[in-house]
Ligand binder design. Structure first.
Ligand code: X8Z
Ligand code: ZN
Length: 614
C-alpha cells in the first residue's frame, strides 16, 4: 500500500493499489458450481470474484500493516502467509478472467475482466510451492529494507546507523568525505537482496507469462488504457517536453557544486556524483539550495524554521494538511485515521519508515504511516500522503474493483497538487507566515521548487526503465548494477561517486525495488500535478504567476478534484483528467509554464558553460 490499496494490483502486501485480492486457489470452483452446472457469465464471475476478494482483504492488509509497523520474524512470517493466500486467490481469478473474451462484454464487465487479469503488480505461477517462495521473498526483501542498517563494526553494535541517521548526513553535511561514507554505508544493506531479487524476477515473470503478458514489466505497462508499447512511447514524449529544462538545471547545479567542492569531487564536464546532491538517491535536490541559489534572489521564507519555532508537533502538521482538504469542501478524516495511523517513529522496534497511505478495508479505515520529522519536506510529504487518503475515501462507494485511481499516476499526483498550493499567501492565511515575501523572492522560490520537482523527472523515469529491462531479460543478473549506473548517467547526468561492481546491488537501496512498487507513476504524477495546478487555477479565474496561485478554500476546485476522485478506476483515465482539467491528454507544458522565469535565468547562467555530459 504504498499508496493505497486496491483490490488487485497491489502486491502481496496489499499495498498500493489494487484489489488483488485473491481467493484461495480453487475458491473459484465454488463460484463456478459443480460439474455439470453452467459456467457463470462474465458478469457473474466478476461480481463473485469481487465479493471473495473483498471478503479476505481486511485480514491480509492488517497482517501487512502490523508487519510494516513492527518488523520481526513473527510478523514477517504472518505477512508472508497472508501474502501467499492473497496471491493464490489473485492468480486464480486472473487465470479464470483470461478465459473470458473481454472484448465481447459490456464496458463495465470488460473493464473488470481486464483488471482481474492484468491489475496485479505481482503475478505468480499457479503452483503452491512457488507462490509460497515468492511471497516469502517479497516479504523478506521489504523487511530487509525496513530494518536495514549500516554497521561498520558488526551487527548490533553501537556504531550501527539507520537510514534516518545516514540521511541526516546526506541531507545536511557539506563535507564530501562524510557524504561518501554515508552514501556507501546505506548501500551495504542491499547486496544480500541480490539473489532474492533475481529469483523474484524469474517467478514473477513466470506468473505474468501465464496470464498472457510477455513479462512483469509488460504487465505493468498494460494498465494505462492503451497498448503497452504506446504507453512507453507516451512516457518518452512527456520526457522530451521537459528534458531541455532538466538539462539546464543539471548544468547550473553541476557548475555550482563544482565550485563548492572542487573539480576533483565534481567534474564540471561529467555526471554529478550522487553523494553531493542532498538526497540519499539524488532524486530531489532541494537540500543543496543554498549552494546553487540565485545570488540576488530576496530571501523567501524558511518553513522548517517556522514550524520548529512554533513548536508544531507531528500530529499538528497532519491537522494543518487536513485543513487544506476540508477547505475545498472535503470531509474531515475519520476518527480511526487519527487513532490508527503511525505519525512518529517508534523507539522500541523496527518499522518501515518510508511514507505510505493505506486503506485497510477498502473503505473508511484509511491510515498513513510515516516517521515525521518537523521540517518543510515532511510537511509536503504529509500533503502527499493525505492526497492518497482523500482519494481512497473519494472512491470508496465504487464497486471494489474500481476502488483505485484512474491510473497510478493520479493517486500519486493528488496530494502533490494540493502541496503546490502551499504558497506564501496560503501560509499567511493560516497564520504560519506574517507577510508574503515580495515578488523579488520568486526566482529563489522557483529554484527551490525546481530542485525538488524538475530534478526528480529523470529519476522518476529511469527506475522502471531499469526494471522493464530486467524483467524482459535485456539486462541479465550479471549486469544489474552496471545497467543501473548506465541509466543514472544517461537520464540524470548523475554518476556513482566511487567504483561500483556487480558485488553491489544499488537498486536494492531504493525502497520501491525491494518493495516492488512500480515507479513510473511518480514520473506521471510530476507531470500531472502541474497540469492539474495550472488548469484548476485557470478554472477559478486566477491570472497571476502560477507559483503564487493557491486553490485553498476554493470549492469549485474541490468539486473538480472530488469528481475525479469519485470516478475511481471506473472509467479510462482521460475521463478523469477531463473532469478535473477539461483536457484528455497528459501535457508537460504546465511544468514549463510554471518554471518559465527560472528557465530564462538558467539559460543566462549557463552561457559560456559547456553543458551536457558524456
Ligand atoms: O514513495 C513516495 C511517497 C509514497 S507513495 C512518499 N514517493 C517517491 C519516493 O519517495 O521515492 C513520493 C515521491 C517519489
Ligand atoms: Zn505516494
Amino acid at each position: 500500500m504504498m499508496f493505497s490499496s486496491s483490490l488487485l494490483s497491489s502486491s502481496l502486501r496489499f499495498r498500493a493499489s489494487s484489489l488483488v485480492f485473491p481467493a484461495a486457489v480453487g475458491a473459484f470452483l465454488l463460484l463456478a458450481g459443480c460439474a455439470g452446472e453452467e459456467r457463470p457469465t462474465a458478469a457473474e464471475f466478476t461480481a463473485a470474484a469481487e465479493e471473495t476478494l473483498i471478503e479476505h482483504y481486511y485480514d491480509g492488509s492488517r497482517a501487512a500493516w502490523v508487519q510494516s509497523t513492527y518488523i520481526n520474524e513473527d510478523t514477517t512470517a504472518l505477512a508472508a502467509r497472508f501474502g501467499a493466500e492473497g496471491l493464490t486467490r489473485a492468480v486464480d481469478f486472473a487465470q479464470e478472467a483470461a478465459t473470458y473474451d473481454a472484448a465481447s462484454e459490456a464496458d463495465e464487465v470488460a473493464r473488470k475482466l481486464n483488471l482481474l487479469r492484468g491489475g496485479l503488480t505481482l503475478a505468480a505461477p499457479a503452483d503452491e510451492a512457488k507462490i509460497e517462495e515468492l511471497s516469502q521473498i517479497a516479504t523478506r526483501m521489504e523487511a530487509a529494507y525496513g530494518s536495514g542498517k549500516h554497521c561498520p563494526d558488526g551487527p548490533d553494535t553501537s556504531t550501527c546507523r539507520s537510514l534516518g541517521d545516514l540521511e541526516d548526513v546526506i541531507d545536511n553535511s557539506r563535507d564530501a568525505d562524510a557524504l561518501l561514507d554515508a552514501w556507501e554505508g546505506w548501500r551495504t544493506i542491499s547486496p544480500p537482496m541480490r539473489a532474492d531479487y533475481q529469483r523474484f524476477v524469474e517467478l514473477s515473470n513466470e506468473g505474468a507469462q501465464a496470464l498472457g503478458f510477455a513479462d512483469t514489466g509488460a504487465m505493468w505497462r498494460s494498465k494505462y488504457d492503451m497498448p503497452p508499447d504506446d504507453f512507453a512511447a507516451e512516457v518518452d514524449r512527456l520526457w522530451d517536453q521537459v528534458k531541455p529544462l532538466y538539462d539546464d538545471l543539471q548544468c547550473h547545479v553541476r557548475a555550482e557544486l563544482s565550485d563548492h567542492h572542487g573539480a576533483d569531487v565534481v567534474d564540471p564536464a561529467g555526471p554529478i556524483p550522487a553523494h553531493v546532491l542532498g538526497n540519499m538517491w539524488a532524486q530531489s535536490w532541494s537540500n543543496v539550495y543554498d549552494l546553487v541559489a540565485p545570488p540576488a534572489a530576496a530571501p523567501g521564507y524558511d518553513l522548517t524554521g517556522i514550524l520548529r519555532s512554533r513548536g508544531a508537533s507531528e500530529v499538528e502538521m497532519v491537522r494543518m494538511a487536513e485543513g487544506f482538504f476540508t477547505s475545498l469542501g472535503m470531509e474531515s478524516l475519520p476518527d480511526t485515521f487519527w487513532t490508527r495511523s503511525q505519525f512518529v517513529k517508534p523507539q522500541d522496534r523496527e518499522v518501515v519508515c518510508h511514507a505510505s497511505a493505506w486503506q485497510l478495508d477498502l473503505d473508511e479505515d484509511v491510515r498513513i504511516k510515516m516517521c515525521i520529522d518537523i521540517n518543510a519536506e515532511d510537511f509536503s510529504t504529509i500533503h502527499h500522503e493525505l492526497g492518497h487518503s482523500y482519494y481512497q475515501l473519494g472512491y470508496r462507494d465504487r464497486v471494489p474493483l474500481f476502488r483505485d485511481s484512474a491510473n497510478d499516476g493520479f493517486h500519486e499526483a493528488l496530494g502533490d497538487t494540493i502541496a503546490l498550493s502551499v504558497t506564501p499567501g496560503y501560509l499567511v492565511d493560516i497564520g504560519l507566515l506574517d507577510e508574503e515575501p515580495s515578488a523579488d523572492a520568486d526566482l529563489g522560490l522557483l529554484m527551490r521548487m525546481a530542485l525538488d520537482k524538475v530534478a526528480f523527472l529523470p529519476f522518476g523515469l529511469l527506475i522502471d526503465r531499469w526494471r522493464w529491462a530486467v524483467f524482459s531479460g535485456e539486462v541479465p543478473p550479471e549486469e544489474y548494477n552496471a545497467a543501473w549506473w548506465r541509466l543514472r548517467e544517461q537520464y540524470q547526468g548523475v554518476g556513482a561517486p566511487s567504483e561500483r561492481t556487480e558485488e553491489h546491488f544499488d537498486p536494492g537501496a531504493k525502497y520501491h525495488v525491494p518493495g516492488n512498487t512500480p515507479y513510473t507513476r511518480y514520473f506521471l504524477a510530476h507531470i500531472l500535478q502541474f497540469q492539474l495546478h495550472r488548469d484548476l487555477c485557470e478554472a477559478i479565474g486566477y491570472e497571476g504567476p502560477l507559483n503564487r496561485c493557491s486553490i485553498y478554500g476554493n470549492e469549485e476546485a474541490g468539486r473538480r478534484l472530488s469528481e475525479m476522485m469519485a470516478m475511481g478506476l471506473s472509467r479510462p483515465w482521460p475521463d478523469a483528467l477531463e473532469a478535473a482539467t477539461g483536457s484528455r491528454e497528459m501535457d508537460a507544458t504546465a511544468i514549463l509554464d510554471y518554471f518559465a522565469p527560472l528557465a530564462e535565468w538558467l539559460k543566462e547562467q549557463n552561457e559560456g558553460r559547456a553543458c551536457g555530459w558524456s
